[in-house]
Design a protein around this ligand. Structure first.
Ligand code: AMP
Ligand code: GLY
Length: 433
């Protein structure tokens, strides 16, 4: 019989609920803990009130509970060296080391890596001082994309339509210190046009295997209007990501990146998630994330046929090439229900009604920001729930998901009503067909 590993998942969002749900079905996973977890996660795992950036606290807890494997959800603990600290304490951990996580932690590092290894990305410059930054902005044509170097919780990218806007964005980030240390260095790059694609890939240091492709919906309102959010919904498969395109992405982006990281002494283990733009000249890298995407995980993992626990152990042990990872041929959609006011200020603590309704087959409600208070599930974050549904095709998955959305209520709830519409209209933004 296979060993039942004791697993600790770090994080508290819809991504972590999905990870815990999938790991609870694994042949090689026994007890599951989650730090700090949320109201939905507590149905599958014992939640422990340790913050994700409390590296010493997480390591101590893992030692005390004799945890066999730690699965890290968010980027912050990865960039702070959680995996290094766990390995030092003799505990297996899934996620990149601090040095490898720099691929997300520093946009300047990521862009320079891409350039050094001839991997397609937007033309760019990296700047520590305003004068040189402004001059560079005058050398490239607009729109201008100004990015803070460090982690900025999704707020680090400003797209500017005029040079005046670009100048004030540069000033705002570098002098106004709107983003603190993250903005001491900036990247300025050309604007890329096309459709965006999220590729999440398992990497064991030498081998990299893409999961099924997904697309996120970053803006708050229908029709991609309004401010950026953490992600308001996602779907898979993506019609634009044909098998030929996926093979090209593997050849010109994924394989070269994993080789580059190994060559530069930062072997990459965990999930690497490049955000891509499908331009007329081919796929180009917008950015790298050093972890699973949220809400992409909510649609990708329900399609995973293989055992997630076995895959994660193979990644940690550098044996990904021994596995054949298989996927369900179905489509999957997730619709995020968010608090009123999000991504700006919002109130929490509102009771959520309709969670007990017995859902149709293939419909799962992942919790993104909830808490249990006196036995009742209440809202506890900007993104509250990720209503997820499988279907034989995207149209059916969408119908299943929105049917479930209609049964759930909380004060001020908002959601997008057009998740996956782009794919369903069958229109490829690139070709217009
Ligand atoms: P990032 O955090 O770098 O992925 O940027 C966040 C979002 O900004 C992306 O998902 C894109 O929608 C947009 N973006 C970033 N870089 C560019 C670019 N060079 N051209 C066009 N859009 C971009
Ligand atoms: N879906 C966006 C992210 O996970 O960063």
């Amino acid at each position: 019989m296979k060993k039942q590993n004791r697993v600790l998942v770090v994080g508290s969002g819809g991504r972590e609920h999905t990870l815990v749900w999938k790991l609870s079905q694994s042949r090689v996973v026994g007890e599951i803990y989650c730090a700090p977890g949320n109201g939905g996660i507590s149905q599958f795992a014992e939640c422990v009130p340790i913050k994700v950036d409390d590296i010493a606290g997480i390591v101590d807890f893992a030692c005390e509970k004799e945890i066999d494997l730690v699965v890290v959800g968010p980027e912050l603990p990865l960039t702070l060296g959680l995996v290094d600290a766990l390995e030092k304490a003799g505990i297996k951990a899934f996620g990149p080391s601090r040095k490898a996580a720099e691929i997300e932690g520093s946009k300047a590092f990521a862009k320079d890596l891409l350039q050094r290894h001839n991997i397609p990305t937007a033309h760019y410059g990296v700047f520590n001082d305003i004068e040189t930054a402004r001059n560079f902005a005058r050398e490239i044509k607009g729109p201008w994309v100004i990015k803070a170097d460090g982690l900025a919780a999704g707020k680090g990218v400003i797209i500017c339509l005029t040079l005046e806007e670009a100048d004030s964005a540069i000033e705002e980030i570098m002098i106004g210190s709107t983003l603190g240390q993250a903005g001491e260095k900036i990247v300025i790059e050309e604007f890329l046009e096309g459709e965006e694609l999220s590729i999440l890939a398992f990497c064991d240091g030498k081998n990299i295997v893409s999961m099924v492709p997904a697309q996120d919906h970053k803006r708050i309102y229908d029709g991609d209007e309004g401010p950026n959010t953490g992600g308001m919904g996602a779907y898979t498969p993506v019609p634009a990501a044909t098998p030929e395109l996926m093979a090209e992405i593997d050849r010109i982006i994924l394989q070269p990146v994993i080789k580059a990281m190994e060559k530069e002494g930062r072997p990459y283990r965990g999930v690497l998630y490049p955000g891509l733009m499908l331009t007329k000249e081919g796929p180009k890298v917008l950015e790298f994330n050093c972890r699973f995407g949220d809400p992409e995980t909510q649609v990708v993992l329900p399609r995973l046929e293989s055992d997630l626990g076995e895959i994660i152990l193979a990644v940690v042990d550098g044996e990904l090439d021994k596995l054949n990872i298989t996927w369900k041929p179905q489509a999957c959609i997730t619709v995020v229900m968010a608090s009123g006011g999000y991504p700006g200020n919002y109130q929490t603590g509102y009771p959520i009604k309709g969670l007990d309704t017995v859902p149709a087959n293939d419909v799962i409600v992942f919790h993104s920001g909830t808490r249990v208070i006196d036995g009742e599930i209440v809202t506890a974050g900007g993104r509250v729930l990720s209503i997820t549904a499988l279907g034989n095709d995207l149209a059916q998955a969408r119908e299943n998901a929105y049917q479930r959305v209609q049964q759930i209520e909380f004060e001020g709830a908002q959601f997008r009503s057009d998740i996956a519409n782009k794919a369903l209209k069958g229109k490829n933004q690139l070709t217009g067909k």
